[in-house]
Design a protein around this ligand. Structure first.
Ligand SMILES: C[S@@+](CC[C@H](N)C(=O)[O-])C[C@H]1O[C@@H](n2cnc3c(N)ncnc32)[C@H](O)[C@@H]1O
Length: 333
């Protein structure tokens, strides 16, 4: 069909209209294809090749597909992979499907749409927020006691989205790029000098129950054994003040997530610290990254994935830090 369309485009005016229709249709549909699908469609005719090329270069030039303030480009001087394919979501999402049976996921949400628009997955109805018109240090939602914000205004506050106590709710605030490393795969790198204490980004992805996280972890471990695969399932444990209770959050950014999914592990703790940030009226806290020291332009961003207690089945660590223990921490789910 495509070849016929191609020929029509070259031969007549009416046919040109049909070729135009094909292109318009392709612009709507092709963004939903994974790289392999895009490559095969692109091989069928010139019109589709042109559209596919445009989609590919948009994907390379901005991993966030226009959802963040600054574009976040991919750079690869190591192999032929042009970009990493995943569905970008700037906010936490609920799981789309229980333990998906393989790695074929389509349905890319392109530059014009988000997976989920709401800022908090679950809101607490009737909870109290602040009544400030313009929040300052007196705002009851503010808590900088640890030097970084751990509480923010949220969906039950009167103040609007411009409130300055919503530092972590405005998307990625640093200039970043994604660079391929020969041994660690894609890595998140500072594209500019980033001072200590700056909010970098939230870790977004699918919020999973522990059971679902365990199932997915098993699947990921299996896939990793037979192919090069980089899962991005983050498990964060928060010890509540009583000391007896521990909250566990499972955020899987492997197929839906944001730029934080490219942050690699460093045994020395790296240059990022993780903060659990709560917002008034939001049931679930969010995991946010701040720079733990000044970060130079072109320096890789990293944090510690967890206790580097030796797990002999873990994969090899290439963080390169002086205290590297040689093996990546892996979650004992
Ligand atoms: C959250 S992803 C980070 C992004 C990943 N590099 C990619 O290409 O998508 C975690 C995976 O990155 C790789 N990785 C992260 N830190 C590493 C390190 N210090 N050494 C080797 N591989 C690392 C491992 O494959 C790990 O499973």
């Amino acid at each position: 069909m495509c070849n016929a369309m191609d020929k029509q485009q070259r031969t007549g005016e009416g046919e040109q209209y049909e070729g135009g229709l094909l292109c318009r249709f392709a612009h709507l549909v092709l963004p939903y294809l994974e790289p392999a699908g895009l490559a095969s469609v692109s091989a069928t005719c010139k019109a589709l090749r042109v559209v596919s090329k445009a989609i590919t270069s948009r994907r390379i030039s901005d991993a966030s597909r226009g959802m963040e303030t600054y574009p976040i480009s991919f750079f690869n001087s190591v192999d032929s992979e042009l970009y990493a394919y995943f569905i970008y979501s700037s906010v936490q999402t609920l799981p789309t499907s229980p333990s998906f049976a393989g790695l074929c996921w389509g349905g890319e949400i392109g530059g014009s749409g988000r997976v989920r628009q709401h800022p908090f997955v679950i809101r607490v109805e009737g909870s109290n927020g602040c009544g400030c018109e313009s929040c300052d240090l007196d705002c009851p939602c503010m808590d900088f006691s640890s030097g970084l914000p751990t509480r923010e205004c949220g969906p039950s506050c009167h103040c609007g989205s411009e409130c300055r106590n919503r530092l972590t709710q405005k998307g990625v605030s640093a200039k970043l790029k994604v660079v391929k490393d020969r041994r660690k795969g894609w890595s998140l790198v500072a594209a500019d000098f980033t001072p200590k204490g700056k909010f970098i980004c939230e870790y977004t992805g699918e919020l999973l129950t522990t059971e679902e996280a365990r199932n997915r972890q098993k699947l990921y471990d299996k896939i990793s054994k037979s192919s090069r695969f980089s899962p991005a399932l983050l498990v964060v444990r928060e010890h509540l003040p009583s000391g007896n209770v521990c909250m566990r959050f499972n955020i899987d950014a492997t197929r839906i997530g944001n730029i934080a999914r490219f942050i690699n592990h460093s045994c020395d703790g790296g240059n990022l610290c993780t903060m659990i940030v709560r917002s008034s009226g939001a049931l679930l806290p969010r995991v946010c990254f701040f720079s733990s020291r000044d970060i130079l332009k072109n320096e890789e961003l990293s944090f510690s994935y967890g206790d580097t207690t030796l797990n002999l089945t873990g994969s090899q660590c290439f963080c390169g830090s002086a205290c590297c223990c040689g093996i990546l921490p892996s979650e004992h789910t």
